[in-house]
Structures are given as C-alpha cells and as structure tokens.
Ligand binder design. Structure first.
Ligand code: ATP
Length: 423
C-alpha cells in the first residue's frame, strides 16, 4: 500500500516528515512492514506552503484499514490543527496512481477535486481535514516516481526541547562535509562560512544531511556532535534533481512554474536596491528579466560578469514577471570589444566624432578617419554552469556537485551548435 500525508505543519511548529518518522515506528510496531519512505517536494511556488512544500509517502505491506486508522490517528495527534492555514490530508491506497498527478503538483497547480478523482479511481481510503487542501500533496506523494533521486537523513529533536535553541556543533558539521562531499552536499556553505543543514524554524527537525546514498548520509551523520535526538529517518527524495524544471522558451513562460530557458543577454547587468542583480534575456523577440537576489551572494558576480550578446541558459522559477535564478549555463560568451575614436595619425591626439555616419575628425589638425579603434576585451567568464551557493539553494535544485542532467546538457550543446535556443 501507499500512504500519503501532507499539510500538517504551521510556521509555529511541526513538520510532515516528523509525522512520517513517527508513523514508520507505529506501523512497524503494528506488524505493517515499511518498504520505502519518500520525502516528496512539490511546486516551490505554491503560495499555501509553510516552508519547502514537502509531502511524505510511505510504502508498506500489511492491512490497509489498520494502516489508515493509524495514519489518521497520528495526524490527529500531531498536526497543527489550530493554525487556519493547516489543512491536513491523508490517503492510503492499495494501488499506486499513475504519476501524472505528481508531475502536475511538482511543476504546475492542482485542485482538491482533482486529487479526490485520483484517489477514488485508485480505490484509496482518504481523509481531508478542514478545507482538505492537504489531499493534493498526499495524492501527489503516493503518485510520485523518481527517475532521479537522492537521500536525506533527518534527525529530530526531543519534544521537551522543541522551541529552544538547537545544540549542534558547527565544527562537526564542517568536518562531516569535508569527509563526505561531494557524496553529500548542502550540510554547510563553505564559500560563505555558514551551516546550512540546521533549520532556524520552531519545528522538530534538528538537522538534515543530504547525499547520494543511505550509506553516505549515514557516514556524514556519524561525524555530527549534537544534543540527543528523539529519532532519525532516512528518506529517499526528489530533492537535488531539478525535477521541477520545464524546458521552456522565453515567450511562453507561465507564472508560478519553473523553467530552463535559453537566450541572449541584452543590455548590461544592473544592481538594484538591496544588492539584487538583474539581466534581461531575449529570444525570438521575447524578453524576460532574470534576478539574482542578494542571498545568492557570490553568484551575483557571475551574473554581473555577463555582457550583451552572451548566449546563456537560465534556470529558475518564473514569479511576478521575473525568472528567479537557480543556476546559469554560459553557452557562448560574446566577443566583446571596446570601440572608440582612433588617435590622429599626425598629432597623436584622440579624434572626435565628425557626426553620425561621418567618421572621425581631429580637433587640432584637419586629419579625418573612418576607422574606429577596436580593442578586444578579455572575458573572465568561461563557458559552463554556475549555481547559487548552498545557503540559497532551493530544495529541488540539483547541485552541480551531482553533475548536470543529460537533458539540460543536451539543450546546452544544441544551443551551442545552433546559436539560438532550438525550442
Ligand atoms: P513543510 O515543508 O514544513 O512540510 P510545506 O511547505 O510542505 O511544509 P504545507 O503545509 O504542506 O507546506 O502546505 C502546502 C499545501 O499546498 C498543501 O496543502 C498541499 O496539498 C498544497 N499543494 C502542494 N502542491 C500543490 C500544487 N502544485 N497545487 C496546489 N496545491 C498544492
């Protein structure tokens, strides 16, 4: 059976993955064998999300009705029902629904009615609380498939200390990263000298270690020194896979979806109030503003190094008319040149314009010229991929430490060969 849970937390506390971890223990105690635990990230642009738009799926073998009773009781015990924005949903299905609903919830928007239709045709037992919105995430979780996957080990706090400052030794996290990177990632942000894997929100998560296999996340965890944990759970997840990205073109972007697009830089990068950096990309007559916000720190230098004429690929969410950058592929930097009036052959002074289309004249002699001085500018940006630092990374964004997915790399290559996006 496939068990889905979502929308149990609020900004004041709780976390759906914690309920998942508790449930794993309760199911096993009741003689229901757990075979898989999935942490499923959905569309990061959904406005109702509390934090990272996560849902949980537990695959198990045993009595369906007994499992449903346990799941509902567990959610009723732990979910933050008092928060008006918390609308839990639980589902237990004897069959796995087709993955279409998952892909829509991951890359687009769904309705509760749509979720109910999927659950009905799967023959699932389900329950939606309050406005039942959580059924969307619960259904997407049980319908999920991961063509690419990573792992996260989540360590949870004891109930009595929740809400107090977390005690995790930062040095031990840097050590864990040193010993296991690039097989684990986003434990710390070396470039900015900060810990990434310890949340600051009042939920039960103490820390989370992300990596390529259960063995690697366990190995990294073994270096971590911290307060005593209540329990720990390893989830298989779509985090760090770019599963949210749609191969798009600039003229067809839709609000609230995430894309990978190709285009040509027009105009110079601009640094606005608060240190946010923007560039305009153009393709086939359509333009989009791409934003590198202040929290992306050193990544903004990459964006600032772009020049008009550069051919790039940009990945990110399209929100409020801008593409919020997660990474950039520099496909072909433009040949940049500085063009200015030549020096006078007679007196050596720099000439001035003689008027539009009339070349240059020397103010001192009568000398004239039609050939400007062209100086090639050395480009410091090299073709390749550049990403935001771990501290600014979206859960679903694939770190470059994992390599670039084949479909992204083949788009990159075809743009390099054709000169323009082939979309
Ligand atoms: P946490 O990460 O701490 O578990 P959260 O960020 O996952 O919290 P939720 O409390 O689960 O946030 O709220 C997200 C809500 O949005 C859920 O009710 C979920 O069913 C719904 N939802 C998720 N994806 C979509 C989507 N693509 N379209 C419409 N609703 C969605």
């Amino acid at each position: 059976m496939w068990i889905g849970i979502d929308d149990t937390d609020s900004p004041a506390g709780m976390c759906t993955t914690y309920i998942g971890a508790v449930l794993v223990q309760q199911l096993e105690h009741a003689g229901i064998r757990v075979v898989d635990t999935r942490l499923v990230r959905l569309n990061p642009n959904v406005i109702h999300k509390t934090r990272g738009n996560a849902a949980v799926c537990i695959e198990a073998v045993g009595d369906l009705e007994a499992a449903f009773e346990l799941v509902a009781a567990c959610v009723e015990e732990f979910a933050e029902f008092d928060d008006p924005q918390t609308n839990p949903g639980v589902a237990v299905s004897p069959t796995r629904p087709p993955p279409d609903f998952y892909y829509t919830a991951l890359r687009d928007f769904c309705t509760v009615d749509g979720a109910v239709r999927v659950l009905e045709s799967a023959g699932a037992l389900y329950k939606g609380y309050k406005n039942r919105r959580g059924l969307i995430g619960a259904t997407a979780a049980i319908a999920s498939e991961f063509p690419d996957k990573t792992y996260e080990l989540l360590a949870y706090r004891k109930r009595e200390v929740c809400g107090t400052p977390r005690r995790v030794d930062a040095g031990s996290l840097f050590r864990a990263d040193e010993e296991t990177y690039p097989h684990t990632w986003d434990t710390v942000d070396r470039e900015n000298g900060v810990v990434v894997c310890v949340p600051h929100t009042p939920d039960p998560v103490l820390f989370g270690i992300r990596g390529e296999s259960p063995a690697w996340v366990r190995m990294a965890r073994s270096f971590v020194r911290s307060e005593e944990t209540a329990c720990e759970q390893i989830y298989v997840t779509n985090q760090g896979t770019d599963a949210h990205l749609i191969a798009g073109s600039i003229g067809t972007l839709r609000e609230g979806r995430s894309y990978l697009v190709g285009g040509r830089v027009t105009g110079s990068p601009k640094t606005g109030l608060g240190g946010h950096v923007s560039i305009i990309l153009e393709d086939d007559g359509a333009e989009v503003r791409c934003m590198a916000y202040e929290p992306t720190k050193g990544f903004r230098e990459v964006v600032r190094a772009l020049l008009p004429g550069d051919i790039v690929m940009a990945a990110g969410s399209y929100k409020g008319g801008s593409l919020n950058l997660e990474k950039i592929g520099v496909v072909r930097p433009a040949n940049a040149a500085r063009v200015r009036p030549p020096r006078c052959r007679v007196c050596g002074k720099r000439m001035t314009s003689a008027g539009r289309g009339k070349g240059y004249k020397c103010r001192t002699c009568v000398e004239r010229s039609h050939n400007p001085e062209v100086e090639q500018i050395e480009r410091h940006i090299r073709p390749g991929w550049y990403e935001v630092p771990p501290s600014a990374r979206r859960h679903l964004a694939r770190p470059l430490a994992r390599g670039v997915p084949l479909w992204e790399e083949s788009l990159f290559q075809s743009i390099r060969e054709c000169g323009t996006p082939p979309l």
